[in-house]
Design a protein around this ligand. Sequence first.
Ligand SMILES: [Fe+2]
Length: 268
Amino acid sequence: MMSEAEVPDLEPLRAWFASYCGSFRSPDPEQQRNFDLKEKHTRNVCLAARRIAQGESPRFCMLAEVAAVCHDLGRFPQFRDFHTFKDSDSLNHAHLSAQVVKEHALLDFLTRQERETVEIAVRLHNVFEVPAGLPPETGKLLRLLRDADKLDIWRVFIEYFQAPEEERASAAGLGFPDIPECAPEVLDAVRSGKLVHLSSLRSLNDFKLLQVSWIYDINFVSTLSFIRERGVLEQFAAILPDDDAVLDALARVREYLDRRLDDSTRNP
Ligand SMILES: [Fe+2]
């Protein structure tokens, strides 16, 4: 069990993060937009992680924020060196984040066990499926981080489509072509309650459907409530083609969301 000793102040870590972001400043506005995107994303994931962790022990809430601050540190050198956020065209950004954490000894204020818990959560936050056999606290922190991350990736993605083209952070769409089709296998996966694999994507619409399929991978009921409150599905419906196959897929996801929220009120 984690010690419930005094909860460390995270102000030094937050200040370190601000200076870390500052160290990547670029005179190129297009580069800077992509760095700004990840800085704002990280801050929002911190807030979401704290919100989802509400009701847990103060120490666990603190770890949730620490994991959130650290999870995308690798995005900065990734974009600086490869000009992309696509891991398959560059490197695994989660592994790089864990490396940055170690290089800068960011977790020295934690116990050894907590340090390992955060390091594993950071390193695995982007895996397709949470592996079995993790220590319970680690599994819980990883699941929370993945939920918080998804909540803000949805915001980034929706805002990307709402922004005028010249203001968009270029790397947010991962370079997929904006063609009208959706791949049938991607639609089938969403309709049958499955997560979409990144490797099956051919278009930006497929990428939108992949993000919708993440709802099947949400762990905490409070995250599901935010999804409903924020109208995530409605926002995706507004940027996807208005055809029967898409509407059917979205209806399946809505049924799933409603069912899980209903179950949680019946068996809290
Ligand atoms: Fe993230």
